[in-house]
Design a protein around this ligand. Structure first.
Ligand code: SF4
Ligand code: F3S
Length: 143
């Protein structure tokens, strides 16, 4: 993995700042205010839940609800591996979430505290293909 860890003192606003540089993206963690970039599951996962994504995550940061998965923003190391695995195209970097779906950033953070970790793929719902690409699925999210 082309991952570089740089420990930098007296950077920005905090004396103890670690920058994880992963290709072109950065995760910055300070002992004060966290500035965290992560990956996010968005609307098209709802009622599709293919779960291909969980098999590649090296840190088990996916959590499973009844008909949707979320990513724990505190665990995600921004490795990018899950994004191309999703057949529904439902995983985005938090700074690249489709317009109108910004609320899913907070939704991932919220629901990850309520749902259990899933670290092995399973069969999707039998009607997953029918729901793939349907707009306005947030109304069907089961908590
Ligand atoms: Fe897991 Fe990497 Fe995807 Fe984050 S970007 S959820 S660490 S596979
Ligand atoms: Fe959902 Fe895609 Fe994973 S549909 S369960 S984010 S593979």
């Amino acid at each position: 993995m082309r991952c570089v860890i740089l420990a930098i003192s007296n950077l920005l606003f905090n004396p103890a700042c670690i920058v994880y540089a992963n290709i072109s993206r950065f995760k910055i963690i300070t002992s004060g205010t966290d500035i965290v970039m992560t990956y996010v599951v968005v609307e098209n996962c709802i009622k599709c839940k293919y779960t291909d994504c969980v098999d590649v995550c090296p840190v088990d940061c996916f959590h499973e609800g009844p008909n949707f998965l979320v990513i724990d923003p505190e665990e995600c190391i921004d490795c990018t591996l899950c994004e191309p695995e999703c057949p529904a195209g439902a995983i985005f970097a938090d700074d690249d979430v489709p317009a109108g779906q910004e609320s899913f950033i907070e939704l991932n953070a919220e629901l990850t505290k309520q749902w259990p970790v899933i670290n092995a793929s399973k069969d999707p719902p039998s009607d997953a293909e029918e729901w793939d690409g349907v707009e306005g699925k947030l109304q069907y999210l089961e908590r």
